[in-house]
Design a protein around this ligand. Structure first.
Ligand SMILES: *[C@@H]1O[C@H](CO)[C@@H](O)[C@H](O)[C@H]1NC(C)=O
Ligand SMILES: *[C@@H]1O[C@H](CO)[C@@H](O)[C@H](O)[C@H]1NC(C)=O
Ligand SMILES: *[C@@H]1O[C@H](CO)[C@@H](O)[C@H](O)[C@H]1NC(C)=O
Ligand SMILES: *[C@@H]1O[C@H](CO)[C@@H](O)[C@H](O)[C@H]1NC(C)=O
Ligand SMILES: *[C@@H]1O[C@H](CO)[C@@H](O)[C@H](O)[C@H]1NC(C)=O
Ligand SMILES: *[C@@H]1O[C@H](CO)[C@@H](O)[C@H](O)[C@H]1NC(C)=O
Ligand SMILES: *[C@@H]1O[C@H](CO)[C@@H](O)[C@H](O)[C@H]1NC(C)=O
Ligand SMILES: *[C@@H]1O[C@H](CO)[C@@H](O)[C@H](O)[C@H]1NC(C)=O
Ligand SMILES: *[C@@H]1O[C@H](CO)[C@@H](O)[C@H](O)[C@H]1NC(C)=O
Length: 398
């Protein structure tokens, strides 16, 4: 069973004087596996299609180690936005690419991914609209939507257990953005499926969403999440997003992962930018809070921000560090990498994960910080100095 194809392609860059720079790059493309047995669990994507993942087998010393990565991609928060999503690659495996590029933490090249390159690496496709956490169904006779993220998670795990996951020696559950939130929500559940003597840890990349006010003092994102929870949890039965969380923390707050963190028993690594671009654009300065567009230039280029705007961004960073303070001080087996680059998702792309010019904190790349933490080589809790001190940033704004 060989699901691997390595495609070589050439990139040609035209420069002055009609000379050419010729760069060769290899990309690992991995085939999609549809989970046929998901039908038995009624584990469907929004549109009723079967869920899927991409698996690249480990080898050598990594043959019994497993890295699972939740795909990200935002959320839908009402029937209409979910119906729209169901017709796209975010809500249906029908519309998804059947081959995925494995780079960054998923790369199989030791010089590009030194600690996880030879593990079994799995990308879990995201098609439920609620971070693999809902369990409900909407059916009013003319429209049908499945909110079955939890069942999708379970169906994929049950499919992978006999393929070797059930005998794992080491395992890491990761994910970015909505997938980073899924990593928080399912971390301990993941551990429960693995051998008790396995080393199991979890990583959230750009999944530490602050429950912060926007610049017009509204909790814009909080009400968005509340809509997601009530949609996927209350539509038919009371088994949804919050089922994953300790009752103590869901009753007290609005921000699942911020409140869930102290209750997660599995060792956890938090990777986030203190100026996460998604949070900047959707939590701190959502379009509804800046109708005039005072922030348009600053949103596209931090160098174009006014002093006042930079001060507001520094306030956001301070709030994030405060929210992480307890974890920083008390999580003996935890790790973190909070840099000051304008970015969102830094473990999945090669240039931010591990490359000659990757972002660094205290001269450590993200791949080194995560590897040091996973393998217990040294304490790995890195916090960057405030913008604009860090000269290693790529400041990807998009
Ligand atoms: C891709 O995967 C499917 C199912 O997992 C398999 O049937 C098919 O042969 C694979 N295709 C290639 C080119 O490997
Ligand atoms: C691994 O990556 C290095 C650095 O980019 C490259 O030189 C080498 O050819 C790659 N190896 C394979 C097997 O693709
Ligand atoms: C079902 O819901 C959809 C989306 O909200 C709506 O367009 C449609 O009119 C509804 N059908 C019925 C029978 O209420
Ligand atoms: C793990 O999650 C699945 C699906 O949500 C659930 O059925 C199962 O009971 C959970 N296991 C534990 C130990 O919580
Ligand atoms: C699918 O489910 C059936 C019945 O539970 C089981 O016997 C079979 O092994 C499963 N197949 C896979 C590929 O998991
Ligand atoms: C866990 O225990 C099983 C059964 O005793 C053994 O085969 C396996 O090698 C152990 N795994 C680790 C990581 O020690
Ligand atoms: C949860 O709340 C109960 C009752 O208020 C308390 O006894 C328990 O210690 C709390 N659990 C944690 C983990 O804080
Ligand atoms: C703030 O929230 C209130 C209540 O939800 C709403 O009426 C108001 O329009 C919001 N203002 C902005 C700028 O989003
Ligand atoms: C930073 O790390 C690189 C190796 O990744 C090393 O070559 C370089 O000397 C280090 N720089 C400093 C200032 O420690």
């Amino acid at each position: 069973m060989n699901l691997i194809v390595v495609v070589s392609f050439s990139l040609i860059v035209l420069t002055y004087g009609s000379s050419f720079i010729y760069a060769e790059e290899e990309r690992l493309l991995v085939n999609m596996t549809v989970v046929r047995n998901a039908t038995a669990l009624e584990a469907y994507c929004l549109d009723g299609s079967l869920p899927a993942y991409h698996l690249h087998r480990g080898f050598g010393a990594g043959a019994r180690n497993w890295l699972l990565q939740f795909e990200g991609g935002g959320w839908c928060n009402d029937i209409n936005s979910c119906l729209g999503r169901a017709k796209t690659h975010r809500g249906s495996t029908r519309y998804m690419s059947k081959w995925e590029v494995f780079s960054g933490i998923l790369n199989n090249n030791v010089s590009l991914n030194p600690d996880f390159y030879n593990w079994n690496r799995v990308k879990l496709r995201y098609c439920d609209g609620a971070s693999f956490a809902g369990d409900a169904k909407f059916d009013n006779g003319t429209s049908l939507l499945y909110f079955r993220g939890q069942r999708i998670w379970q169906a994929i795990i049950l499919d992978l257990l006999p393929k070797g996951l059930g005998n794992a020696r080491k395992a890491l559950l990761s994910g970015c953005s909505a997938g980073g939130l899924a990593s928080f929500l399912h971390c301990d559940n993941f551990t429960s499926y693995l051998p008790s003597n396995a080393s199991v840890k979890c990583l959230s990349d750009a999944g530490f969403f602050l429950d912060a006010r926007d610049i017009s003092l509204n909790y814009t994102m909080r009400s968005f999440y509340e809509d997601v929870v009530s949609l996927q949890m209350l539509s038919s039965n009371f088994q949804g997003v919050e089922q994953n969380l300790d009752k103590n923390c869901t009753s007290s707050g609005h921000d699942p992962q911020e409140n869930a963190l102290p209750y997660i028993r599995t060792p956890f690594f938090i990777l986030n930018s203190a100026y996460d671009v998604y949070q900047f654009h959707h939590i701190l300065v959502p379009p509804s809070a800046d109708l005039v567009g005072h922030w348009n230039h600053c949103k596209l280029n931090p160098a174009a921000c006014s002093t006042d705007q930079i001060n507001i961004l520094q306030g956001f960073r301070n709030d994030m560090l405060t929210a992480l303070g307890y974890f920083f001080e008390n999580s003996g087996r935890g790790g973190m990498f909070i840099n000051s680059c304008f970015a969102h998702c830094q473990s999945e792309s090669q240039d931010t994960w591990f490359a000659a010019d990757s972002p660094r904190v205290h001269n450590k790349t993200i791949a080194e910080a995560v590897g040091d933490w996973y393998f217990g080589r040294r304490v790995s809790k890195e916090i960057d100095c405030a913008y604009p001190c860090d000269t290693t940033c790529h400041n990807i704004i998009g």
